[in-house]
Ligand binder design. Structure first.
Ligand SMILES: [Zn+2]
Length: 71
């Protein structure tokens, strides 16, 4: 529960503004972080994604070469 020193009362996190201020304008809490707003993607995810794209691209080239060889 965010406590506002100046208003001497607790606030529901939903009544605070997006920047964490109480309705009176005092800064009460840190801005509420929406976990879905900016998902933190670990670097190894991109490494894995890059490897997957490379692999699928290679398999596609292989598949096309196989098709050409059969024609
Ligand atoms: Zn306040």
């Amino acid at each position: 529960m965010p406590w506002c020193e100046e208003c001497a009362r607790f606030y529901n996190p939903n009544t605070l503004s997006g920047s964490g201020d109480c309705p009176e304008g005092h800064h009460v809490a840190d801005p509420v972080h929406d976990p879905d707003a900016a998902p933190k993607v670990p670097w190894h995810f991109w490494l894995l994604l890059g490897a997957l794209v490379l692999y699928l691209g290679w398999r596609l080239i292989e598949g096309i070469a196989w098709l050409i060889a059969r024609i």
